[in-house]
Ligand binder design. Structure first.
Ligand code: SF4
Length: 328
């Protein structure tokens, strides 16, 4: 059983979503198993924003799907407000599906191209029969559009989705999730599919959501953007959490060599960064993870101990957890 780690400092009334020793394995040909998520314990606390960062193959997307009940855990639990999400049925399940909303990666794929902005933003509310009155639906859309900075809303509400730019569509994708009045928003790479020219606008919306106390989880390979709008950062490598702590601390002084490498890859000069290394090579095959520390084949600091002994996630400094034998 993994150590329980409150990765967000409580400001509200405790975790909304939490995982405990979560494992997700996929069966491969020849009887092999791939552990996409391998023993992840974390809490998502009300009014907090959490970033889950890692390369492709780190398990972050599978972890996100498990939080949303799209993927079933092999072992371990995901709890929503204290209840095991795999056991929710009927009214409780519908309430969970309304309360935990996903914003998908590609704003061009997520929304029916024949929709107007009104249709897109109200789709979940209409399908779930949460609200039927046209006036009230327009008020919901207007409020959601303001929150994503599509203002004045009257200019956008009747426009076709196809007439919007990529950045505007991503805003509509976020607005339609906000219209459901969710407890938690899960965003999969909210800015990485966008041109650099419109990223700033979406980052600014995320900063506003953070300020307004919206609880959200951002899954990304892009530490450069999440550092602006998350309170807490979880860095994943080959299915495991290798570092977690307050985002500003992890970004300014990463403790794990993998976090250091991810941050070193950010093309933003900032003299406050203490980058010590760059990882070598590619992420290993999750179906056959390296012995000892999974990061050892790429780690510039690897020693013999790293090849044989798996480091545990431990509190290296107050509120700072890392799984490296030598982190201090
Ligand atoms: Fe590198 Fe060893 Fe630390 Fe793993 S335990 S990150 S190989 S120094």
């Amino acid at each position: 059983m993994g150590e329980a780690i409150a990765v967000s400092q409580p400001r509200g009334s405790g975790p909304i979503l939490e995982t405990r020793d979560l494992k997700v394995q996929f069966k491969l040909k020849g009887g092999h198993k791939l552990s996409a998520v391998d023993g992840v314990t974390l809490s998502i606390v009300r009014n907090q924003s959490l970033g889950i960062a890692g390369e492709s193959g780190s398990g972050k997307t599978t972890l996100g799907k498990t939080l949303l009940r799209i993927q079933k855990p092999t072992t371990g639990t995901v709890k929503f407000e204290g209840r095991d999400v795999t056991k929710l049925r009927g009214k409780e399940l519908r309430e969970f599906q309304r309360s935990v909303q996903m914003v998908f990666q590609d704003p061009f794929d997520a929304i029916d191209p024949l929709f107007t902005v009104f249709d897109a933003v109200t789709e979940g509310v209409r399908v779930g029969r949460i609200e039927k009155s046209r006036d009230k639906l327009e008020a919901i859309v207007s409020d959601a559009l303001k929150r994503v900075q599509l203002s004045p809303p009257e200019e956008f509400i009747h426009r076709r989705i196809t007439s919007l730019s990529g950045g505007q569509r991503q805003r509509v994708a976020i607005a339609r999730s906000l219209a459901m009045n969710p407890s938690v928003l899960v965003l999969d790479e909210p800015v990485s599919m966008l041109d650099a020219s419109v990223r700033g606008g979406v980052i600014s919306i995320m900063e506003d959501l953070k300020k307004s106390g919206t609880t959200f989880v951002t899954i990304t390979h892009d530490i450069a953007t999440v550092r602006f709008f998350t309170d807490t950062l979880v860095v994943m490598y080959l299915g495991q959490v290798v570092e977690t702590g307050a985002t500003k601390d992890v970004v300014s002084d990463p403790l794990h060599p993998y976090s250091q490498a991810l941050i070193a890859a950010v093309p933003v000069p900032d003299p406050s960064y203490h980058v010590k290394s760059l990882a070598k090579g590619e992420i290993a095959n999750a179906a056959a993870p390296p012995s000892g520390c999974r990061f050892h084949p790429r780690c510039p600091y690897a020693q013999e101990r790293c090849r044989v002994e798996e480091p545990k996630l431990r509190e290296v400094r107050k509120g700072r957890f890392a799984s490296c034998h030598f982190a201090q």
